[in-house]
Design a protein around this ligand. Structure first.
Ligand SMILES: NC(=O)c1ccc[n+]([C@@H]2O[C@H](COP(=O)([O-])OP(=O)(O)OC[C@H]3O[C@@H](n4cnc5c(N)ncnc54)[C@H](OP(=O)(O)O)[C@@H]3O)[C@@H](O)[C@H]2O)c1
Length: 337
């Protein structure tokens, strides 16, 4: 028995330390100069950011601009585009954009427009970040979840198809890397998210992409990573004030700039293809080290129907369907209707 317990202890320590050491080491390291790492002499490189007009994407755009990258934003057509244009002007870098709704219109248009409008640019960094979040009884959410899937997965996939082959064939110069590809995932990519099932699944898609593509692309000279933030102070989070379950997460909210800082500390280092960001994400990951996910899912299923949100929205005390999101105006409008 004691042999068995010692073995369990050893496995747990290995699991914990192989998780904590790369996270702590990269956290202690200084932020990298991506211009030196991915830029080429005599050419000003571009960073393409989907959803770069606000929140986490805006923080990526600001950080890249501060290091001298020109900025190309692909985002929902609204007033936020002007803010990022102003930011680029202040940082004295060039700025271009495509205002397009990922959830409305043929997906092939996204790929064609991104390919055409970046053709003359030296794209060195790509951030697949645009996304929305919806909490609703999945049985009622078909239309909203279709929009979410198009925005979070399909639209970004089309940008990936346009730009990843170009990153992978960018000329190598000295000991510089060809480029970087960053995908904004989430803590819910590995943790149950009842009522936000499509959101969680859309984020798992990008985490899975990063951990498979990362090892494939590394040898080619392209650095790939998924960043898994917990609650972050952006419209995705602030627009969800009505959810009781999210109120307790307010204590753990982090700033978008902190997410950008972790990307600048991590990309291409220690072959870390997926990185958790923020205390809640680290806590959730630790739970997965203590217990098998089977037990965790079972515990969630025991608790889900006792949540106040479930009682309010699923059992019909609030007959209006719960749709909280940011980024897609049509969905917000349908909520008000
Ligand atoms: N905030 C959090 O707690 C949190 C936690 C984990 C992961 N994330 C992820 O972080 C990413 C960025 O979200 P955020 O928190 O920074 O929220 P945000 O401020 O609302 O940013 C979302 C970005 O995506 C764009 N976008 C949304 N729908 C789009 C569509 N249909 N077509 C094209 N662009 C669209 C928005 O464009 P406009 O600004 O023009 O509307 C905006 O630039 C998302 O993928 C989200 O899932 C957020």
């Amino acid at each position: 028995m004691s042999f068995f317990l010692s073995l369990c202890g050893i496995f747990f320590l290995i699991s914990l330390s192989t998780y904590a050491i790369p996270h702590i080491l990269t956290w202690l390291m200084p932020q990298q100069n991506f211009l030196k790492k991915y830029g080429r002499r005599g050419v000003k490189p571009w960073a393409v950011i989907t959803g770069g007009s606000s929140g986490i994407g805006f923080a990526f755009a600001r950080k890249a601009a501060s290091q001298g990258f020109n900025i190309f934003v692909v985002a929902y057509p609204d007033e936020h585009m002007a803010e990022v244009a102003k930011m680029a002007q202040d940082a004295k870098v060039e700025y271009r954009s495509i205002a397009i709704d990922f959830a409305d219109g043929p997906l092939s248009d996204i790929q064609r427009r991104v390919s055409e409008e970046t053709r003359d640019l030296d794209v060195a960094l790509v951030f697949l970040n645009a996304g929305i979040c919806i909490f609703q009884d999945t049985a009622l959410a078909t239309e909203n979840n279709q929009r979410l899937f198009d925005a979070n997965v399909s639209g970004n996939v089309r940008v990936f198809f346009s730009l990843y082959p170009r990153l992978a064939s960018r000329p190598l110069e000295g000991n510089r890397r060809r480029g970087g590809l960053i995908m904004t995932s989430s803590q819910v990519s590995f943790f149950p998210n009842p009522f936000g099932c499509f959101y969680a699944a859309s984020k798992s898609f990008w985490s899975s992409m990063a951990t498979s593509l990362g090892p494939e692309a590394y040898a080619k000279g392209v650095d790939v990573m998924a960043i898994n933030p917990g609650p972050t102070e952006t419209r995705v989070f602030t627009n969800m004030h009505d959810l009781d379950s999210l109120k307790m997460f307010r204590k753990f909210v982090q700033q978008p700039a902190a997410i950008a800082s972790l990307v600048w500390k991590t990309l291409g280092r220690l072959r870390m293809f997926s990185r958790d960001a923020g205390p809640l994400t680290w806590g959730c990951r630790l739970v997965t080290k203590f217990m098998d996910s089977y037990v965790m899912y079972a515990l969630f299923s025991m608790a889900a129907h006792k949540m106040s949100d479930y009682k309010k929205y699923i059992e019909g005390r609030e007959p209006k369907p719960l749709v909280h999101c940011a980024g897609i105006r049509q969905v917000t409008q349908s909520m008000k209707a």
